[in-house]
Design a protein around this ligand. Structure first.
Ligand SMILES: N[C@@H](CCC(=O)N[C@@H](CS)C(=O)NCC(=O)O)C(=O)O
Length: 207
């Protein structure tokens, strides 16, 4: 089989999703860095995002496409549920994470902590207080949506691997930790992840 290369930094939550899918599917891969917004990067991804995937003559962008490709080629257990309802819910959660939750949890809330724009480089409390309610609302909706130990039911699915990196990132921050205290499904979910190689082998380095 051709080398499988996932291009992206280990801090990137979407790159972590692609790596987790590869590991869950039993696919050896290599992680390669990307020179962000370089001509080579923009030639592969005109919007300048990560991850990218190279597998022989297959070149892919967009994490959902990458994840579905890896699910189709890997020998590990299927990560797309079989029942019509769970299949649709898997796509629903992936779409919700792309369209709403990634923005609310990561680029709004989390980024106030890891990329503070204040002169003293301390998190801006006013911005955190402004954006924490959307993060809390999203986590509450996800908590209420669990259909079993995993988001879509009894088995791990792609949607779980989109949720895992962003939930892990925010779970250590105080406003999100307070939501988790009243969210047994999300806490159990984090506990289950902690036992999986796909999660432990992809822990991002400290910012
Ligand atoms: N729709 C893209 C989103 C990927 C994405 O936003 N990745 C982040 C890193 S987790 C990124 O590349 N950020 C760089 C930027 O926004 O300039 C996908 O699903 O792959």
């Amino acid at each position: 089989m051709s080398d499988l290369i996932i291009h992206g930094p280990p801090q990137s939550s979407y790159t972590r999703t692609a790596r987790m899918v590869a590991i869950e599917k039993g696919l050896p891969y290599r992680l390669e860095p990307v020179e962000f917004k370089s001509p080579a990067h923009l030639a592969r991804h005109p919007w300048g995002r990560v991850p990218l995937l190279t597998h022989g003559d297959v070149e892919l962008i967009e994490t959902s496409a990458i994840a579905h490709y890896l699910d189709a080629i890997g020998p590990g257990p299927a990560l797309v549920p079989t029942s019509a309802r769970a299949r649709a819910e898997n796509e629903k959660w992936i779409s919700i994470i792309h369209c709403y939750a990634y923005g609310d949890l990561v680029t709004s809330y989390l980024f106030h902590y890891i990329f503070p724009k204040t002169a003293d480089k301390q998190p801006d409390r006013a911005l955190i207080e402004r954006d924490a309610p959307a993060m809390a609302r999203d986590l509450a909706l996800i908590e209420a949506g669990f259909r079993g130990p995993w988001l879509t039911g009894p088995t791990l699915a792609l949607a779980d691997l989109f949720l895992a990196p962003i939930l892990a990132y925010v779970s250590v921050l105080p406003e999100a930790a307070a939501v988790l205290e009243r969210s047994p499904n999300l806490r159990r979910f984090l506990g289950q992840l902690a036992t999986r190689e796909s999660f432990t082998a992809t822990v991002p380095p400290k910012p």
